[in-house]
Ligand binder design. Structure first.
Ligand SMILES: *Cc1c(COP(=O)(O)O)cnc(C)c1O
Length: 356
């Protein structure tokens, strides 16, 4: 018996994850396609997870996650009512769309940006409105402002932007907020904020304090290296977080994820050293790729964007021949995550072969 599926599902593409690492004859196998953290978990995190592993498997996790919620609230100077957790910030983004849109309502975002936005929007029955990045691969907030309609419910601003690594400035965000109606929620997706060293970048939490119709998305997946455990959160008004709790998948955040996040928050100084290294490696990789004759967009994230356009697929294949998987957007560009220094050396070696 053939099934009947939701109308519109035929237009939804399943999320395409970064390719696994290839393996060359000399055994090189480097995965730089998903912006993951190249380091193993902190010893304190790994130790705590082994301690609670058995006990946490047969029991449901706490839905309220009171300890983690309190820790996040005090870390960011907000109240527990301003925090909503999810199984990765992708799931929180889905909660936001489900909580705020009815079928036919519009969700506005820049394009190209995070691939999950159009998928989550369509799955919710809402309509994605994609506004092209400007010539410097940055958000064009003026153009986005002009696309707001009375159906717009939600606007994603990915800052730094995945996959281009660019940031908006505080002045640009302020000018944008002046044209956004108060009942439209602006979601600043700060998945990569810990890598952002641009003094002109807005601080999402400060922006949330100034504008109640801002929500901020944070994740433990990237800078904190917990991608496999799936945990992220929103900081938003109580009105918004209450709605998020209603649409959240019950028990989606495991106890292991909650505990790992809690320890990570307490270990920020230790994590900061790793983040600093990734930032300096990012700058080294950028300079090295440019020296190899490739155009690189200056990045504030843990990846770099090469706007290779038609050459993207061929250059991606060259990286793969060198045992490195990168993220290819055919016809647009390549996104290369920053790995360990040795992995980054491999990237630069492959890049020199591209131009040779
Ligand atoms: C990686 C990423 C996320 C975080 O995903 P998780 O679900 O928390 O692993 C969110 N937004 C953007 C833009 C990302 O690149």
């Amino acid at each position: 018996m053939p099934h009947t599926f939701r109308p519109g599902l035929e237009h939804v593409m399943a999320y395409r994850a970064g390719k696994p690492a290839p393996r060359t004859a000399d055994g090189r196998s480097v995965k730089l396609s998903s912006n993951e953290n190249p380091y193993l978990p902190l010893p304190s995190v790994a130790h705590r997870l082994t301690e609670i592993l058995s006990a946490s498997i047969s029991r449901y996790p706490s839905i309220a996650a009171p300890e983690l919620t309190e820790a996040l609230a005090s870390r960011f100077g907000v109240t527990a009512d301003n925090i909503a957790l999810g199984s990765g910030s992708v799931e929180v983004a889905a909660q936001l769309i489900h909580a705020l849109t009815a079928p036919g309502d519009e969700v506005l975002f820049a394009w190209r940006s995070f691939e999950a936005y159009p998928i989550l929007t369509r799955v919710a029955g809402a309509v994605p409105v994609e506004v092209p990045l400007d010539g410097a691969a940055r958000h064009d907030l003026d153009a986005m402002g002009s696309r707001i309609t009375d159906r717009t419910r939600l606007i994603f601003v990915c800052n730094p932007n995945n996959p281009t690594g660019t940031v908006v400035s505080t002045a640009e965000l302020d000018r944008f907020m002046a044209v956004v109606p108060e009942d439209v929620l602006v979601v600043i997706d700060e998945a990569y904020v810990q890598f952002d060293r641009d003094p002109d970048s807005p601080n999402g939490i400060e922006a949330f304090r100034r504008y109640p119709n801002i929500a901020v998305l944070h994740t433990f997946s990237k800078a904190y290296g917990l991608a496999g455990l799936r945990i992220g959160y929103a900081i938003a008004s109580q009105q918004v977080t209450e709605a998020l709790r209603k649409v959240a998948v019950p028990f989606a955040v495991s106890q292991l994820a909650q505990e790992a996040a809690l320890i990570s928050l307490a270990s920020e100084a230790e994590l900061e050293a790793r983040i600093d290294e990734l930032v300096s490696e990012r700058d080294r990789v950028t300079a090295g790729l440019q020296a190899a004759g490739l155009e690189v967009v200056p990045s504030q994230a843990n990846f770099v964007w090469l706007p290779l356009e038609e050459a993207s697929a061929a250059v991606s294949a060259e990286f793969e021949r060198h045992g490195i998987s990168v993220r290819c957007f055919p016809g647009e560009g390549l996104r290369i995550s920053i790995g360990t220094p040795a992995e980054n050396d491999a990237v630069l070696e492959a890049a020199r072969a591209v131009r040779a």
